[in-house]
Ligand binder design. Structure first.
Ligand code: ZN
Length: 471
């Protein structure tokens, strides 16, 4: 595992086995600091013997195959149990990203254990479990077994040993591909507003969907796993265009997807594809002008809002993208549950959820719970500092340019509900407070538990009744 995956100040929560219960995931040292009494109240629900031994908490850790190869399966499991009372493993089974499946990233200090070198020259990515070809007869990708660790089968080597220790095993996979290393990737690649193929997969492509379902079927049928977790750290074209994220942003957002499948889906929704395209190109030009230092006479925010008013198709296309991502949640959930209803299925929710109100609006916990047994909402407070600072610089460079960067940060503290004190300059080294973790956990708990009759739910119930009456 890399240094950050051992960082026990990270806290996560999992909604438990039943739809109504939400279990807080806290490392033992953090329990006393847990600000949410509801964590304590619900933690025992559905607890296994191992969870009971660990004080009723679901204590999970993210770990990639390379850690087991470097240090030995038993040794790593010993370490987890002895040092941190871990009772659940989030095993990075499929990804082309080094963030969860590689060793420590270059430039970061090496951990105090394991191989004392980076793997930037040897990391490949792909599937770190054996590929059972019967589940992939007609999928677009054939050669996706990760070769960098020989024939080490992550699930085959770890799941039985974890089970004998009463530790749960979750298959964690990511929406990250390497177009250079994955034959046929270009066929499922997203297409941007200018017609260029990108390095990201289109979530509406039927071949991609078939592949994801095949992975899930393979793991659930071939191994005695306890759960599945998928992570997609991506968002739609509106948020990308305005730099509403904490990654590197140079004023050139990825405005996708305009592939044939997305265009068809847009048409089905009654959205004018040409109007959407025109709107995004205008938005892109607005961002480029902002980066060139031009200030519209009405100011940047007013001009941004005017573009949305003139092209509401921009928002419709953003919604189409987010709905497509959530359809993948439904696909994975349905596939896993259809094979084994006891397998828990849930999602890694991107850290951007903590920084961007635009992205946060799209992560409706109540809606997400319809197709999930748990949510793992990223709320790392240490790296939250530099990430929030980067997000603020990005979003300030586009729609909030009228204000100062500090004013932009103050506004975000206020509207996101944080009472943080750090200035933009202090944030990268100070990080966010532990209180931020408690607040985000509470907000998530409230979101999934919100049992009030919302008007949207009432309307949905009405529609279902109508359908029943008609048929
Ligand atoms: Zn598409």
């Amino acid at each position: 595992m890399n240094d950050s995956s051992l960082d026990l100040s990270r806290r996560k929560f999992l909604k438990g086995a039943t739809a109504a219960s939400v279990t807080g995931l806290l490392a033992p040292g953090d329990v006393a600091k847990a600000a949410d009494p509801e964590n304590q109240a619900t933690a025992s629900q559905g607890a296994t013997a191992s969870q009971a031994a660990a004080g009723g908490k679901f204590i999970g850790i993210q770990v990639g195959a390379v850690s087991f190869v470097d240090e030995g399966v038993d040794k790593v499991l010993d370490l987890f149990q002895e040092k941190a009372r871990v009772n659940a493993l989030m095993l990075a089974v499929f990804t082309y990203g080094r963030g969860i499946a590689g060793r420590q990233l270059p430039g970061q200090p090496l951990p105090d254990h394991g191989a004392q070198e980076y793997d930037s020259n040897t990391f490949h990515g792909g599937c770190y479990a054996a590929v059972h070809t019967q589940y992939y007869p007609d999928t677009i990708f054939k050669d996706f077994r990760a070769p960098d660790l020989g024939d080490f089968d992550l699930l085959g080597a770890v799941v039985p040993k974890a089970k004998s220790r009463r530790m749960r095993s979750y298959c964690w996979f990511e929406d990250v591909y390497n177009p250079r290393l994955l034959a046929n990737f270009e066929k499922v690649a997203e297409v941007d507003v200018y017609g260029r193929r990108t390095g990201q997969a289109c979530l509406n492509h039927p071949e991609l969907r078939r592949f994801l379902a095949a992975l899930v079927e393979d793991w659930v049928k071939s191994y005695d796993v306890d759960g599945i977790m998928w992570g997609s750290e991506r968002q739609g074209p509106l948020n990308n265009a305005i730099g509403s994220h904490h990654g590197r942003f140079t004023g050139r957002g990825r405005i996708t997807c305009f592939c044939e499948h997305c265009i068809e889906k847009g048409r089905e929704r009654g959205v004018s594809v040409e109007r959407a395209r025109e709107g995004f190109i205008e938005l892109d030009q607005f961002v480029r002008a902002a980066w060139a230092g031009e200030r519209p006479s009405d100011g940047t925010f007013v001009t941004f809002w005017r573009i949305l008013l003139n092209h509401p198709e921009i928002v419709a296309w953003e919604k189409l993208w987010t709905d497509s991502q959530q359809e993948i949640y439904g696909l994975i959930y349905g596939t896993a549950k259809g094979i084994n209803n006891r397998v828990q299925v849930g999602w890694h929710i991107w850290h951007n959820n903590s920084f961007s109100p635009f992205y946060r609006a799209e992560q409706d916990y109540w809606k997400l719970r319809q197709t999930s047994d748990f949510l793992k909402v990223v709320s790392y407070n240490n790296c939250g500092g530099p990430r929030l600072a980067e997000y603020i610089r990005n979003i300030h460079s586009t729609v909030f340019r009228d204000a100062s960067p500090e004013e932009c940060l103050a506004l975000h503290y206020r509207i996101l509900g944080y009472e943080e004190k750090s200035s933009l300059e202090q944030l990268p080294t100070a990080g966010l407070s532990a209180d931020y973790v408690a607040r985000e956990t509470k907000r998530a708990l409230a979101g999934v538990r919100d049992s009030e009759m919302r008007l949207a739910n009432l309307a949905a119930a009405g529609e279902s009744l109508k359908e029943l009456t008609i048929t």
